[in-house]
Design a protein around this ligand. Structure first.
Ligand SMILES: *Cc1c(COP(=O)(O)O)cnc(C)c1O
Length: 399
């Protein structure tokens, strides 16, 4: 290994760049997780995460990756053999459905083409047909990280309400939480699943479940085997700011500071920043003459953009050249999309110039990889970012 000067650009859609302030917070001595100093931090992050999820209800914080939080959502609310309705929006929705099957749930997966969000009309139709209410939960991935498509959760909620169906609504927000506006209570979500390493700007290692009263009622009747994931044990300990087993103390230091940073900036500004960077990225992609994978403009993701490679060009060869020459990691195409797309992560600790650098790396990469494209993507993005900056300060720009 030789030293590479300058910062690595970690532009995969998670894990994301961890800000220095969060790193400094984590870099403190580990303390007694049953002591008074920890209790303050415990209570602070448990309250703070409610604001992040926009909920008044309890939030579970696990030492786990997002996959653990997926499992926790299911084993705390359902019973073996229960029917679960899921939408095949991409790689992550498919993985969640496989996990549900392994747990002994009866999964019905509404097929999708990996270019659009959950089909709320198909969900409504299926729920209307289910007169006996065999379906116990509808599970949707909010931001499908493999495709750059954000499903409209309010429409899924409406589909369930229109069908007057009692199924629980469960949503994966692992790559949207704290990047894209997400309203657990307002949208009537029963269990929201989250993770630390994407919009929350932390290293991997924390998984979250936000709950509803209905989810807690289902929990009381659910008999799936569980121990580590058990909400009841967590709730009992969390009430006083503690955990049933050893929590990820140092990650919780980081979480406390990450929430503080989000709130200093203001959630509305955080979401607007992500929207702006996503729009600038799409302008660059269009200027290059490449195609965005997401086929529905209302469902464009603000945390990442998946870009289709022209036929005959391998996205992973291009990514490798970008990594080797410009020290930037871009997201790979997952399963069905392997080699066909690359993904630009523009979430987390990210600003206009990080985006400009990211897009410059992509544009130079397209050039050296011999991928047919037009120049001017970075210019198109800069033009848009300058327009937006001028609007913020209310000035006219020089031509
Ligand atoms: C990253 C991600 C996951 C997987 O989370 P892990 O932390 O890798 O277990 C699940 N769903 C979505 C939408 C993701 O982006």
């Amino acid at each position: 290994m030789t030293h590479r000067a300058g910062r690595h650009f970690l532009q995969i859609p998670g894990p994301t760049n961890v800000p220095d302030r969060v790193l400094r917070a984590i870099d403190r001595p580990t303390i007694d997780h049953r002591g008074p100093e920890f209790q303050k931090i415990g209570l602070s992050v448990l309250e703070g995460m409610k604001r992040v999820f926009q909920t008044r209800h309890p939030v579970m914080i696990y030492a786990a990756s997002g996959t653990g939080a997926w499992e926790a959502a299911l084993v705390n609310t359902l019973n073996a053999g229960d029917k679960v309705l899921m939408s095949e929006t991409g790689h992550f929705a498919t993985l969640w459905s496989k996990l549900a099957k392994k747990l002994g749930l009866d999964v019905e997966l509404i097929p999708g083409d990996w270019r659009r969000g959950a089909d709320h009309e198909a969900i409504e139709k299926r729920l209307v047909e289910d007169k006996a209410h065999a379906i116990k939960a509808v599970c949707v991935v909010h931001n499908e990280t493999s495709t750059g498509v954000a499903s409209r959760i309010a429409l899924t909620r409406r589909a369930i309400d229109n069908a007057k169906h009692p199924a629980l609504l469960m949503v994966d927000t692992i790559s949207s939480l704290a990047s894209i506006d997400y309203r657990h209570d307002e949208w009537g979500v029963d269990v929201t699943v989250g993770g630390s390493q994407k919009g929350l700007m932390l290293p991997p290692g924390l998984g979250f479940n936000a709950l509803s009263e209905k989810a807690l009622a289902a929990h009381k009747l659910s008999k799936m085997p569980r121990s580590y994931w058990d909400w009841s044990e967590m709730l009992a300990s969390n009430a006083t700011g503690f955990w049933p087993s050893t929590p990820a103390t140092n990650l919780l230091y980081g979480l406390d500071v990450a929430i503080e940073m989000l709130e200093e900036e203001g959630y509305a500004n955080v979401f607007a920043r992500h929207d702006r960077h996503a729009e600038a990225t799409r302008r660059a992609v269009r200027a290059w003459g490449l195609e965005i994978l997401c086929a529905v403009p209302e469902e464009y993701s603000s945390s990442l953009t998946a870009v289709m490679m022209p036929p005959g060009h391998d996205a992973d060869r291009f990514r490798k050249m970008v990594l080797e020459q410009f020290d930037m990691s871009l997201g790979t195409g997952l399963t069905k999309l392997a080699g066909k797309v690359f993904r630009i992560g523009h979430l987390g600790d990210f600003n206009d110039l990080t985006l400009a650098g990211t897009l410059a790396g992509v544009e130079m990469g397209l050039s050296i990889a011999g991928v047919p494209h037009k120049k001017g993507g970075v210019d198109a993005a800069m033009e848009y970012l300058a327009i937006e900056a001028a609007k913020r300060i209310g000035v006219k720009r020089a031509a």
